[in-house]
Write a protein that binds this ligand. Sequence first.
Ligand SMILES: [Zn+2]
Length: 301
Amino acid sequence: MSYSFIKQKLDQGRVVILDGGIGAELEKSGADMDKDLWCGKCSVDNPELVRKVHERYIDAGADVITTNTYGTTPISMKQYGYDNLIEKYNQKSVQLAKEAAKNKNVAIAGSVSTFGSFYRLGLKAMIPGFKEQIKILSEEGVDLIILEAMSSQADIVETIIECSSNISLPVWLSISCVMEDKKVMLGYNDTVDTDTHIYESLEVAIKNFTKLHKGPILIAHSDINVTGQAIKTAKNNFDGVLGAYPNRGYYEKPHWKFVDNMSPEDYLNEAKSWVKNGVQIIGGCCGVGVEEIKAISILKD
Ligand SMILES: [Zn+2]
């Protein structure tokens, strides 16, 4: 467990394999999804299963696994009355990832997310929560922090970046994108029954994010059909390391709805096109599971 071999691979222009979605994979494996914290409670309620999901991704070839902390942000936990359990849930998730990665050449990404960071709360009120989750995961021993600012407005993304700017661990940034009039926009479209949320152009967003964020940027939790174009736009506006881990399916709270419209081979073909366009970190988000990670792991060199 360490970031040095990941850094070495990235510096050498090689491909790093990230895991697939955690929440959707837990659901597929029979775990209960919580109406408030989504998959966040599984680490305490069903630790064996969480460890197993991590192990399956490692066996499939993942170089980096992500902690099951997307849903256990201090901001969301406080909203739903879990104030006293923030440390316990987040620490337990790191411990499970560490157990799965023990004695293996696998790095652990601590997922610090904007889950539950609704705009009405105000940006200032989000800062303590972002900082708290970064602190807990860092102290518990993750190898890097991944800011999963997916589905969030640009100024929320900028706020979470600022909260990570003075830490000693490497920081990756994940953002989600949608298309509007053939232009890639920061935004999201998870559900089939609500409008697409569109914030601002990816081009403008990346220019602003990179004023503070110097680590890799990953196009995540986006439709696979948008991902290729988003990568091209990101590349035109950013010199650093790029990553991609799209979705498959859609969310109907608190369940991820799987859509069986793509084989692992199809996913591999998509991933090949991203790599051809300069992407170095590839994995999957919600609805992309172990079989797809196994398929794309042949792109490791
Ligand atoms: Zn996702």
